[in-house]
Design a protein around this ligand. Structure first.
Ligand code: PLP
Length: 426
């Protein structure tokens, strides 16, 4: 079976041939590749062709595909029970491991996706404050629950659907949207509606419109405004958690949010999410408090084991430095390659996650991201894919480097970029 046959067969039974929209390659055109294997830095498609993978399942695979230690942990766990639907020491162990590196997460609840984590965090914030309005930033993506599909990033941005059909106006009205990095706009909103605001939710580095860093003082302003008005500050670190340093952006920026959402890396590639934060807020959740939340597969033993194994690898001596070294080498290499071809390319980097913008300056918000040279990205994507290097199939997604992307692999990709960039600069 080739890729075209595989995708045609999929489209006859799966909506659009995919289970998550951005996988359909609408952002770059063409027929998506279908994969049968992943090992280290490589993915293998149904035709047996190998690709260096810079998507990493959209973030979870920070140690690479099928790392032996993660696979062993999952297999050993599976031999002893796949799901309990009851407490298990593994959940406690992963929660303790996370809390050691995210001290702001005094109490934690595991869920099965990042979407559920942010949905729960917002419900908690509303329950704890008795207010209904929440503030999000244009281009940030917090999953696909109704209230967050307003000026959203990621796949909904790729498909030109930042505001989804099916979200009632009454629900959308409970979300106020502000441009990312716009301190004055947030201040003005708090001046006008501070009494009604339950929470501000933010990706502390926005990773769903490329990778946009916060301007100096932006996150501090959010902390001050929320604290001053009795609202909660929610850091959505589903992408950024465990990427820049063990403790995420909050550690790097020395800001303590009230609630934090995690996902991706903490499940090592299996479905997981977590919300955690100040104990008195978290204790509002059922069974202790009045805010309801539940999950059949929440805290699933296989996901907990995969997450623990992944965090264990990351905590091993020298691993952080190795990741940082590889990602820095790659980011600098891409920027230099583009410079040598007179191609405007701005590369942002947070630990081992990168943002690539075909523009001479780094965008600060969604409008500026949209103004970058978007038409070059599909050309870049296909030219690199033809050479066996797979980037995200959308200009609005980040680029992920894993532990398995050693120097020789990265050099190979940089060599391919040096072949491709002159075509783009024409
Ligand atoms: N929050 C952020 C920052 C994300 O990037 C994502 C997914 O990419 C989510 C939440 C939703 O996570 P999930 O896809 O696991 O529901």
């Amino acid at each position: 079976m080739n890729n075209i046959e595989a995708f045609e067969r999929a489209t006859s039974v799966l909506v659009g041939g995919v289970d998550s929209p951005v996988r359909a390659w609408k952002g770059v055109g063409g027929t998506p590749l279908s994969f049968v294997g992943g090992r280290g830095a490589y993915l293998e498609d149904v035709e047996g062709k190998r690709y260096v993978d810079y998507v990493g399942s959209w973030g979870p695979l920070i140690v690479g595909h099928s790392h032996p230690q993660v696979v062993r942990a999952i297999c050993e766990r599976a031999q002893r029970g796949i799901s309990f639907g009851a407490p298990s020491p593994l959940e406690t162990e992963l929660a303790e491991t996370i809390r050691r590196t995210f001290p702001s997460m005094e109490k934690i609840r595991f869920v099965t996706s990042g979407t559920e984590a942010t949905m729960t965090a917002l419900r908690l914030a509303r329950g704890a404050t008795g207010r209904s309005l929440v503030v999000k930033f244009a281009g940030c993506y917090h999953g696909h629950h109704d209230g967050m599909l307003v000026s959203s990033g990621s796949g909904s941005l790729t498909l030109g659907q930042p505001d989804s059909a099916g979200v009632p106006q009454e629900v959308a009205r409970c979300t106020a949207v502000v441009p990312y990095n716009d301190r004055e706009a947030v201040k003005a909103l708090f001046n006008e509606k501070g009494q009604d605001i339950a929470a501000v939710i933010v990706e502390p580095w926005a990773g769903n419109m490329g990778l946009v860093p916060p301007l100096p003082g932006f996150l501090e302003e959010l902390r001050n405004l929320t604290a001053g008005h009795g609202a909660l500050l929610i850091f959505d670190e589903v992408i950024t958690g465990f990427r820049p340093s063990e403790g995420g952006v909050q550690q790097k920026a020395a800001i303590r949010p009230d609630l934090t959402c995690l996902g991706k890396i903490i499940g090592g590639g299996l479905p997981v999410g977590a919300v955690g934060g100040r104990a008195e807020v978290m204790d509002q959740l059922a069974p202790l408090g009045p805010v309801y939340q539940a999950g059949t597969l929440a805290g699933n033993p296989l996901a907990m084991a995969a997450g623990l194994a992944t965090l264990e690898i990351l905590a091993s001596p020298g691993i952080r430095e190795k990741l940082e070294d590889q990602a820095t080498f790659f980011a600098q290499g891409l920027a230099e390659a583009a410079r040598s071809c007179n191609l405007p390319l701005s590369v942002t980097r947070l630990g081992s996650v990168l943002g690539l913008f075909f523009s001479s300056s780094v965008p600060r918000n969604l409008d500026e991201v949209r103004a970058t040279e978007g038409s070059l990205y599909p050309l870049f994507f296909h030219a690199m894919a033809r050479r066996g290097h797979l980037f995200a199939p959308s200009p609005f997604e980040a680029t992920f480097v894993s532990l398995a992307h050693d120097r020789s692999i990265l050099e190979n990709t940089l060599g391919a970029a040096l072949e491709v960039f002159p075509e783009l600069a024409e």
